[in-house]
Design a protein around this ligand. Structure first.
Ligand SMILES: *Cc1c(COP(=O)(O)O)cnc(C)c1O
Length: 965
């Protein structure tokens, strides 16, 4: 055997071989099993010839982990970290290290999926119910949801909730002008297509005059105001209610530890950001926003809500409550398109509250408030009187001839202040502010030669900036969970105990169709916590964010090559937000050509629920088109509908390859039909994992797509967020990208609070693409196709794959049809999903896009060993179903109907089932070596929806039924 060359030896560090599960020998073996000679031959057999020629990538070749980390280190180094006093919704914070390492850097938390399967998600749902309790307590509202995307979009959701819930028939939403500018902008963006007016009262007088006049369905104020002052809104709330409108308050949870809560002033809906509870700036995100409201609105609240229900053994169990509200069910009648939210960040923020407790949080807030009072008193002495007499953490100063000098000294000292549109300056303090910062700020304002006041002297004399009437008197965070885990050991063990209850990708494949749960490699995750990425304020001057600029431009170029589009905006912070941005671009494009009447959006019935939800949010009318018996969109119906609506056709939204898991042959023809009738083609790019390196939507005729970086490009799902849903468009739509993109012409406003959305997690996708290179990305797609077809083929004797495309092959996922088995045995797809838990697996996607089915997407990262483990479990489950068919197992009392089985159930002294304990929990011998024990038995969905209870379980009730809220 000849000696390997240096080049061969070097090649062995290839990341590609770590990311892709099966090795080349296994790939060959699997190809044989499905009857194809090579990956290319398999690809040719699957991908239609009409789109295949568009595939070739121009990207660079792959980098090793070491090389890619060095490259991105360089990029990070071009960001400059200044001390930030900018505020405006983003504040400095110390992430407790126990949270940093054991949540943000811990795959048990960040690789989990949205908790649709309640039994394997009890840990993160407990964390989320803590989040809900924290938000409800601090705001003094009845109920809060389990996170929204950011404060600005939360305000927009509050506006539309108010529109639905208020008795007033007005279309006007009144907003106090001293609200964060990004919130004002997103409100405007969201209101316009819905025919709502956002009216901004520029002064307090104007606001009060406008309040008295009536004719609005809702009113929003920021408390504390964007420029820092605080006021009691109780009288205003009464006036608002007298006009049959709802009162919305945008607030700051840290301030609320000291301030009278919005719920105590008559607020109906309260929103805000939880960023300063331990989540770094990250140049704008991700952070968890929240919405809290009165109990009366709980059934129309957007986003996800964790509730308490009971399990089959009668104990308390958490579940996603009121799931019928999710866009999957409501579709074009949906009121919000929120799907992916900010779970990982909500978990971090809630744990920050758990760790500090009510006293710790109050102490932090008091320190901030005291420092603000001292800063104000000192600046007053130095001749700089703040604009307002009241404040929590923010002081503002009118512009004058000294302003330029102040800004110069700030810059020279590595300090950022906020400069408002009118030239006034604001200074926001936070948890990280020290005495030294106060003295530095004094010097910056008064010049180097000024004699500075003494901090301790001012501490004795400076009055509090919080007026006595606004001091908080009510208790909060009284539940034991916020009063127990204050030592690091307790915290560490609490986090571990919750993580142990859950199944995430650090323990098993999560073969969720449409969700693309692939490897989130450690090297991809490492850069996100570097200070050069995490400690940049989203409004820091551009010169300090050169590294981000380079990262964003570089990632944009990569995605342009991969998709065949011309420009990409990273502003949308979820896939659904990307859909919204894309449809807004289409809408603005039509309007720019004098065609604003075009408002019909064709959507095949197989589409993901967010598609129709986003379309209606853009003011479009959804026309549903049919699918044929083979799962393909019905081109005849599309043609007929396009002709029928020709004059008003705005767009078609289709997923490719379809959610039915097939590459439809006619996609190019469909694009032509839509274009002939003046419409635009929106391709939902959530399934891009089947396309990368094989075909490009932007080259086969599509005009716009959103991509899910949290699917195809390795950003972890975090238990239901964060996500990034970039909006990719052809050149003619680029001017209509959300403001913030370099090509945008400002005709479409911001769709999210920050120009580049959740910028701090973009390094993950950049690292992935850089380490895979063009050949690696193509191979990954091919292996994703191979893995799906391997599973489909191995399971064929046991379960029917519902839809196949060319040559009897599927794309990157396959739908297993359980309906015939249900007919014969009464066993449902859900029973199989729950039984898989006993085998240690997370279920595939249940009943989407077809009820009574399981959709399996293994991705390229699953090894042959893991695929076989899954297939073996599914085959064994099929044997159990067969035993029911044959009468060897009872139709009701069998391991499927009773799944999952807890340790408590099998260890009990009573065992009344008609099958042995071993069969319940060790149906395969291998499970004796490694066993996941679900903490609860099957969770009762109906009970949970009938008795909606969404707070921490009261201690005295811990053993009883939860009370109706
Ligand atoms: C995941 C998904 C979406 C929505 O993405 P989010 O990030 O959850 O908003 C849209 N369409 C399809 C087909 C998807 O699979």
């Amino acid at each position: 055997m000849s000696k390997p060359s240096l080049r061969d030896l070097e090649h062995h560090d290839a990341f590609v071989d770590r990311h892709i599960g099966p090795n080349d020998t296994e790939i060959a073996q699997m190809l044989r099993a499905i009857g194809h000679d090579s990956l290319d031959a398999l690809t040719d057999a699957i991908v239609p010839g009409t789109i295949a020629p568009t595939g070739t990538l121009q990207l660079d070749d792959s980098l090793t982990e070491v090389e890619a980390l060095a490259r991105i280190r360089d990029i990070a180094g071009r960001n400059r970290v200044f001390r930030s006093f900018i505020g405006q919704g983003y504040y400095g914070t110390h992430t407790p290290n126990v949270i940093l390492r054991n949540i943000l850097e811990n795959p048990a938390w960040y690789t989990a999926y949205t908790p649709y399967q309640a039994e394997i998600s009890q840990g993160r749902m407990e964390a989320l119910i803590n989040f809900q309790q924290m938000c409800a307590d601090l705001t003094a509202m009845d109920i809060a949801n389990a996170s929204l995307l950011d404060e600005a979009t939360a305000a927009a959701e509050a506006m539309t909730l108010a529109k639905r819930a208020a008795r007033s028939k007005s279309n006007t939403f009144l907003v106090a002008g001293d609200t964060h500018p990004q919130t004002l902008e997103v409100l405007q963006t969201r209101a316009t297509p819905l025919g709502l007016q956002v009216e901004i009262a520029r002064s307090t007088d104007e606001f009060h005059a406008r309040l008295a006049a009536g004719d609005y369905f809702g009113v929003l104020v920021q408390y504390p105001a964007s420029s820092g002052w605080v006021a009691d809104w109780e009288k205003d709330a009464e006036a608002i209610h007298a006009h049959d409108a709802l009162f919305v308050v945008a607030t700051d949870l840290l301030a609320l530890t000291l301030l009278k809560a919005p719920g105590e002033m008559g607020a109906d809906i309260v929103i805000g950001n939880t960023q300063r509870f331990g989540v770094p700036f990250g140049f704008g995100g991700p952070h968890a926003a929240f919405m809290a409201c009165r109990d009366a609105f709980k059934r129309s609240m957007p986003g996800r809500l964790i509730g308490v229900s009971v399990d089959a053994e009668g104990r308390h169990a958490y579940r996603l409550t009121l799931q019928t509200r999710e866009q999957h069910i409501r579709r074009e009648k949906a009121t919000s398109n929120i799907c992916t939210a900010q779970v990982l960040l909500a978990v971090m923020a809630s744990m920050y509250a758990v760790y500090h407790g009510p006293e710790g949080l109050t102490r932090i807030a008091r320190r901030v408030s005291r420092l603000a009072a001292i800063l104000a008193a000192g600046l007053r002495q130095l001749g700089h009187a703040p604009m307002h007499d009241t404040a929590f953490d923010t002081l503002c100063f009118g512009a004058d001839e000294r302003t330029a000098g102040i800004l110069q000294r700030a810059e020279a000292n590595g300090v950022n202040l906020r400069v408002r549109g009118d030239g006034s300056l604001c200074v926001s303090l936070d948890e990280t502010t020290t005495r030294a910062d106060i003295e530095l700020l004094w010097r910056i304002f008064a010049g180097d030669n000024a004699t500075l006041p003494l901090i301790d002297e001012l501490d004795a004399s400076a009055p509090s900036l919080v007026p006595a009437v606004l001091e908080r008197r009510s208790a909060f965070l009284t539940h034991p969970v916020f009063n127990t885990h204050h030592s690091e050991h307790e915290m560490l063990r609490y986090l571990r105990s919750l993580a142990d209850k859950d199944l995430a990708m650090d323990r098993t494949m999560i073969p969720l169709g449409s969700c693309t749960m692939k490897l989130n490699a450690t090297a991809e995750m490492i850069p996100i916590t570097w200070p050069e990425f995490s400690q940049i304020h989203p409004l820091a001057p551009a010169g300090q964010a050169q590294g981000y600029r380079e990262l964003i431009d570089s990632l944009e170029a990569m995605l342009v090559d991969i998709t065949g589009y011309d420009a990409v905006s990273f502003q949308p912070n979820s896939g659904a937000q990307g859909e919204y941005a894309g449809l807004l671009a289409i809408r603005a494009y039509h309007a720019s050509r004098g065609q604003s009447h075009r408002n019909i959006c064709l959507i095949p019935e197989s589409a993901h629920g967010t598609n129709p939800a986003s379309a209606q949010m853009c003011g479009m009318k959804v026309v549903v088109t049919k699918c044929d018996a083979n799962g393909n969109v019905d081109v005849g119906d599309i043609r007929a509908q396009a002709e029928k609506h020709s004059a008003n056709l705005a767009a078609i939204m289709m997923t490719y390859p379809s959610t039915h898991g097939v590459f439809e042959e006619d996609v190019v023809e469909i694009c032509e039909i839509i274009h002939q009738h003046g419409g635009q083609v929106y391709t939902d790019g959530a399934n891009l994992n089947a396309l990368v390196g094989l075909a490009k939507p932007g080259k086969w005729g599509s005009d716009v797509s959103h991509l899910n970086l949290h699917k195809t490009f390795c950003i972890p799902h975090g238990g239901g967020g964060p996500g990034v849903g970039p909006c990719a468009v052809k050149a003619h739509l680029a001017p209509f990208l959300p403001r913030g993109h370099k090509d945008a012409q400002g005709k479409v406003g911001m769709v999210s609070a920050a120009a580049h959305g959740s910028a701090s997690i973009l390094p993950i996708s950049w690292m992935y693409i850089a380490m895979m290179g063009k050949a690696g990305l193509r191979k990954a797609t091919q292996v994703a196709l191979l893995n799906a077809n391997y599973i489909s083929r191995r399971l064929a004797p046991h379960y029917r794959t519902l839809y196949t495309g060319r040559n009897g092959l599927v794309a990157h996922e396959c739908i297993l049809d359980l309906r015939p088995l249900e007919k014969a045995t009464g066993i449902t797809a859900e029973d199989v999903a729950k039984r898989l838990i006993d085998y240690g697996f997370h279920a595939p996607t249940l009943s989407f896009p077809v009820a009574g089915t399981l959709m399996v997407e293994p991705t390229e990262s699953e090894s042959l060993h893991e695929l076989d483990r899954f297939v073996d479990a599914m085959i064994q489950i099929r044997e159990e179903i067969r035993a029911i068919e044959d009468g060897r197992l009872d139709r009701e009392d069998n391991p499927l109907k009773n799944a999952p089985h807890t340790a408590a159930a099998v260890a009990g002294s009573e065992w009344s089932h008609a099958y042995p304990r071993e069969q319940a929990v060790f149906p395969l011998d291998s499970l004796r070596q490694q066993k996941y024990w679900p903490p609860v038995a099957r969770v009762d969905n109906v009970h949970g929806d009938k008795n909606v209870f969404c707070a921490c379980i009261p201690v005295e009730e811990f053993k009883d039924e939860p009370a109706e809220a």
